[in-house]
Design a protein around this ligand. Structure first.
Ligand code: SF4
Length: 210
């Protein structure tokens, strides 16, 4: 995604401010678990993501086909069952076509809905990684050119691979001098550095680097 989703929480149980690229909303927990139900809870957000992805994917497909199917509804819910200490999660999606569709169209649309991008993510090889940002006085190595100085604190690096997989022209882990500030514009380097999850990378503009 072009911008990450940001979330913050304070001491007001359990309101989280979720910021996305074009606004913000509240996520919360229901009163039964100590929240105020001021926004959707995490499970609801997950189901909402899946439901909206299926609807958007269907709409794109229907429009490409030129079919006259005006309205589609979806209802999603999830269940968990534990057997032999293993928990299985089942998500059911019930799709309702609110305009006439032939059996053949319905078959095709169900196949499209089954394979929407969010379904593929949930059913694919999914890894969730968690990093913690640290500010620290660790030893700093500097890599500079005329415009920008990249600051590198090796002790803080959590090896997310984000810098070198997303900007390999600048971050080259196979080389001894592994950061090349001439590999991209200063703006692009700054943008990449803000995505470092550990605090290992920082930068100074040339007029700050002394
Ligand atoms: S993005 Fe940051 S934490 Fe990840 S490998 Fe690069 S320097 Fe390390």
């Amino acid at each position: 995604m072009e911008k990450p989703v940001h979330g913050t929480i304070g001491t007001d149980k359990y309101q989280c401010i979720i910021e996305w690229r074009n606004g913000k909303f509240i996520a919360d927990e229901p009163a039964s678990v100590g929240g105020k139900d001021a926004g959707p809870d995490p499970y609801t957000l997950l189901l909402s993501s899946l439901a909206s992805c299926k609807l958007i994917t269907l709409r794109m497909y229907i429009d490409r086909k030129g079919w006259e199917i005006d309205r589609i509804a979806i209802s999603t819910n999830m269940y968990q069952e534990t057997k032999n200490e293993l928990t299985n999660t089942i998500i059911d999606c019930d799709i309702l076509f609110l305009s006439p569709v032939s059996d053949e169209q319905k078959m095709q649309l169900l196949e499209i809905a089954k394979n929407c991008p969010v379904s593929k993510i949930l059913q694919g090889d999914l890894k969730v990684r968690v990093f913690a940002f640290r500010n620290g006085d660790a030893k700093t190595i500097k890599y500079t050119n005329g415009q920008i100085t990249v600051l590198w604190k090796p002790e803080l690096c959590q090896h997310s691979t984000r810098c070198w997989s997303q900007l390999p022209q600048v971050f080259k882990p196979a080389l001894r001098k592994w950061i090349d500030p001439d590999g991209a514009s200063a703006e692009r380097i700054e943008q990449q550095i803000t995505l470092c999850p550990s605090g290992a990378l920082g930068f100074l503009k040339n007029d700050q680097s002394g």
